[in-house]
Design a binder for this molecule. Sequence first.
Ligand code: SP5
Ligand code: ZN
Length: 344
Amino acid sequence: MKNKTPVFFHPDQLIHKPMYEWAFGDKIPHPESTSRAESILKAVQRSPASFEIFQPDKIPMDWIHKTHDSRLVRVFQASQHLAAEVTYSPSVFPKRSQCVGNPDDLNQAGFFCFDSGTPLAKTTWGAATWSAACAMAAGEEVFYKRKTPFAYSLSRPPGHHASRDLFGGYCYFNNVAILAKRLKKRGRGVILDIDFHHGNGTQQIFYRDPSVLFISIHGDPRDFYPYFSGYPEETGAASGVGFNMNICRPRGCDGQEYKSILENTVLPALRAYDPKWFLISAGFDTVADDPVGGFTLSTSDLHEIGGLLASVKIPTVAVQEGGYASDTLGKNVVSFLEGMRSSL
Ligand code: SP5
Ligand code: ZN
């Protein structure tokens, strides 16, 4: 591709600073740090011939409400009343059948959340809405203004673990789902999730929907987060049966195996579906040196993977999800994006 690839980012995404997460009793430094986005930005800025960075416009709340329950949205609004220095991780997660949950009372935030790694803060609302705005702006460029066949949303905080009415997995709003809901008017489409973790939130949102094919490749949930979903038997419900595909691999899956999954399983399914749009939940916690994920992909594997995905020649937006090897994250993202550009 000769034209520059637009990249969307807003500086207020950096005001979100989760400090710690609780991991099975241990308090550990939070992996979803601001340095992740900074690493990506720096790497993108180093290739001015390939990329141009833009700030997104604010998005209407309607777009968020098409994906998320208004009570979940209220939890993040209530978080704006927290003191500036407070980060608040819910640690009581009641059984939903036994109570109602008050979204305006942060003591009850655990009702709307499924893990202890996703803290609330005064800044959550601002960062999460800008993160979603980046995905929407990237979509605007590709699918509405039709200026480019491909754009990248530097979304952070990430989104794919957030479902209609639950936050978790470092995710608040499901950025890729918010864009997909808008694109449904243009016909059917595919969301491919290449983050190391199962995209449980995205799966939930489109589970009964035959007009969105969701495919996720991830670490075996018997051993890896999110544990409770991501199994191959989860194929969709009601008229959505057959339009949800989970492909899981054990620890150690390498680039060669990953690429053969794409060539032999994912790309044929994608082409057969004949989508009008293509969204990639682009997580980079699949690389060997990632401190959270368990696969062993390399930077150059990501380049080839980008090339394979762009070979389908469908207008595409890649939305940033996970990826925690902060020193090399920027390089990995650019390698993937350059791989896509090379076959566009
Ligand atoms: C978007 C995304 O990738 N979310 C992943 C959430 C995974 N949370 C649980 C990870 C387990 C914590 N172990 C971290 C070890 C750090 N050395
Ligand atoms: Zn992940």
